[in-house]
Design a protein around this ligand. Structure first.
Ligand code: SF4
Length: 534
């Protein structure tokens, strides 16, 4: 644990009410695996068998847990399972859990890991937060996200009054801020467990402690330099899955809090990523989404450096995997090598999310984005020319501190030239703790001007998106069916390689299958289609 917090919470413990946990010795369990990529597949069964054997050998009755990870966490899962079983018998019913996720796909993936561990411990998932173990996996990218969590905590407190054995846990980016933890410690003392983004792998151990404690457990680390593999995961979809390839961010865009709460970049070793995907494919997954705050800088810091493009080429060789997506790309790191790999691939989806943020080189420098209007346009041009039918999507901020009309005109110019397939547009909102939040206090553009610019930008991006979508009408596309349509159960909904949504007549038996669909009608941002039987 970070020394400052460690001291703070040790002191708080002495004052009463808070229990502090220390970090265990760290081991990734990587010694289970071979370094030779050619032997990955061959070693897989041996590695799995070895891990299973070592888990089976754990002495769960001993009061001394293993020091090595992930064995240590398996020890705590079993110990926690025994506690939950006893509570279950006392209550005469199964105990339930609910994990609520705020924020991005990284958090969604983390929540799948939390679910996997809670199920292993013996809880049964339910949708309502009126459950026996509730976790909020929080996001702090937007200032008002914090207030939303505080508001919902009051609502949870009501449930806890009628179910005193209920456990309430908070984790995720918001918990990495000292001010938030202080506030919860003082004003929301009914919370049982707080942990952060760097020690989520320790959740079984923390849950075990919290189940026995009569005081709030807080365990926040300021950073982590290792990654623990091979813990249980409970996936939301059977046929697709997110896969973390790296954690953290080194970029420090001046409006963004992520590097402060997610720490520095750490890449998972290729062997671990490929093994995880092979296991997912064995389990029925046909599409993976590779996740990282800046996937294009994958590999920096690895002992044997591997670029993101090289990693994609290796993943593409996995038999049975049909589609590969990735999120998010930073324009400054998107290489020609990567463009070529995507262009030549049958599996890597022809969709590049390329956050622009602003089209003004002056503002881009102020945002610390490290590309210019000209270099961005040249990159988008290379992507469009070299990747057939590519979809380019983006994020754009309107009203960044100091934005003048000519800066905004530069943004509109880029938008018109690139012609995005879809754009997420945001009004700048100051995030405390970032450099831009200080500038916003002195240099904020009037709200009426921002609104006018936002409306103009939205009109342009919607027009471009409609035009680009219309061009596909009548074509036949491969669609991965994701679900029965929520409004019309006679339809199913799926996605094309470029991430566009398609609805067409079909039943639940198609879910998870790749089918050929003729796009009969474009309705702005989605299509109506019909399945082509081959
Ligand atoms: S690249 Fe910039 S915007 Fe993205 S997570 Fe890192 S600091 Fe935030």
């Amino acid at each position: 644990m970070n020394r400052e917090l460690h001291e703070k919470f040790t002191a708080a413990t002495r004052e009463g009410g808070i229990k502090n946990l220390s970090e265990p010795a760290f081991s990734t369990g990587n010694d289970l695996f071979s370094e030779d990529p050619a032997a990955w597949k061959k070693d897989e069964e041996t590695a799995r068998a070895s891990l299973s054997a070592r888990i089976a050998e754990i002495d769960y009755d001993s009061s001394v847990p293993p020091r090595e990870e992930p064995l240590r966490q398996y020890y705590f899962m079993e110990r926690a399972r025994r506690l939950v079983k006893a509570r279950e018998e006392e209550a005469g019913r199964k105990l339930t859990f609910c994990v609520t996720t705020f924020g991005c796909q990284m958090n969604a993936r983390d929540s799948e890991k939390l679910r996997g561990i809670l199920e292993k411990i013996g809880y049964v998932e339910k949708e309502s937060e009126e459950a026996d173990f509730v976790i909020y996996n929080t996001c702090t990218v937007r200032e008002n996200a914090n207030n939303k969590v505080y508001g919902r905590l009051g609502y949870l407190h009501g449930f806890k009054k009628t179910n005193p054995g209920m456990m309430i846990a908070l984790c995720g980016c918001m918990m990495q801020e000292d001010v938030v933890v202080d506030k919860i410690r003082q004003s929301y003392r009914f919370v049982d467990l707080i942990f952060g983004t760097h020690n989520i792998y320790k959740f079984a151990e923390l849950a075990y402690e919290a189940l026995q404690a009569d005081q709030m457990i807080i365990d926040i680390w300021k950073d982590a330099d290792r990654i623990v593999e091979n813990l249980p995961v409970e996936r939301k979809y059977s046929f697709k899955s997110g896969v973390n390839i790296m954690f953290g961010c080194d970029n420090f865009c001046t409006y963004c809090i992520v590097p402060y709460v997610r720490g520095r970049e750490r890449s998972r070793r290729p062997v671990e990523i490929i093994r995880e995907i092979e296991r997912l494919v064995d389990d029925g997954v046909v599409e993976v989404m590779l996740l990282g705050q800046n996937v294009n800088s994958y590999g920096a810091g690895l002992e044997d450096h591997m670029s993101f493009a090289q990693l994609l080429s290796e993943i593409e060789k996995i038999e049975g995997l049909a589609r590969i997506r990735f999120m998010t790309s930073h324009p400054k790191d998107l290489s020609d090598e990567l463009i070529d790999v995507i262009a030549a691939s049958d599996k890597i989806c022809h969709h590049v999310h390329l956050p622009l943020q602003s089209g003004s080189s002056r503002l881009l420098a102020r945002m610390n984005r490290r590309y210019t209007k000209e270099s961005y346009l040249a990159l988008a041009d290379r992507i469009r020319k070299r990747i057939p039918n590519v979809s380019i999507t983006t994020d754009i901020i309107v009203g960044f501190p100091g934005e003048e009309e000519e800066d905004f005109e530069d943004t509109m110019d880029v938008v018109r030239q690139v012609g995005y397939d879809s754009a997420f547009t945001f009004v700048y909102s100051p995030r405390t703790g970032t450099p831009a939040a200080k500038w916003a206090r002195e240099d904020q553009t009037p709200a009426s001007v921002i609104k006018d610019r936002f409306d103009r930008l939205l009109a342009q991006t919607q027009k471009d998106a409609r035009n680009r979508a219309a061009a596909y009408t009548g074509s036949i596309q491969e669609v991965l069916v994701e679900e029965v349509n929520r409004q019309d159960p006679a339809l199913v909904t799926g996605r094309m390689s470029n991430n566009s949504t398609v609805h067409f007549p079909g039943g639940a038996d198609l879910i998870g299958r790749l089918v050929q669909v003729r796009l009969t009608e474009c309705r702005g941002f989605y299509y109506i289609g019909e399945q082509i039987r081959v």
